[in-house]
Design a protein around this ligand. Structure first.
Ligand code: HEC
Length: 108
């Protein structure tokens, strides 16, 4: 049986692969919509953003936009520590604060 660290590792890898794919598409500005940006997140947070049934991955659905943006910033600057989310927030495709805003609106 896999422990949860191993499971996150596989999910993180899948998410990074999706980032790589949308990274290519990202060259076209019109494609930077929330659903596309959310695709890698859905590997862990689930396609409808309800999180994992056991609660190890939190639900993003229904959460306030301002709160989501703030948590993202905290992971990004290291004030909130989580290995998976720090890798995610460090990804160059999310370097633009407008992308974070689009994502937060999409999930809310
Ligand atoms: C590899 C798995 C994984 C991926 C991919 C992932 N996350 Fe997360 N995320 C987590 C985990 C685990 C936590 C809980 C961290 C903790 O316990 O502090 C989390 C927490 C969060 C939180 C804080 C939620 C709260 O209620 O405080 C936000 C916001 C978030 N993720 C957004 C995203 C977005 C947006 C993406 C895609 C760009 C994403 N995540 C991709 C695993 C992931």
């Amino acid at each position: 049986m896999q422990n949860s660290d191993q499971r996150f590792g596989v999910q993180l890898l899948q998410a990074l692969l999706i980032f790589a794919i949308i990274g290519v598409a990202h060259a076209t500005p019109s494609i930077s919509d929330g659903s596309r940006l959310y695709a890698p997140c859905g590997v862990c947070h689930q396609p409808k953003a309800w999180g994992s049934p056991d609660g190890t991955i939190p639900s993003l659905a229904g959460q306030q936009k301002r709160y989501l943006e703030k948590q993202f910033a905290l992971f990004s600057n290291g004030a909130r520590v989580d290995a998976a989310m720090q890798v995610v927030t460090a990804h160059p495709i999310l370097g633009n604060s407008n992308d974070i805003r689009v994502l937060a609106i999409f999930q809310a």
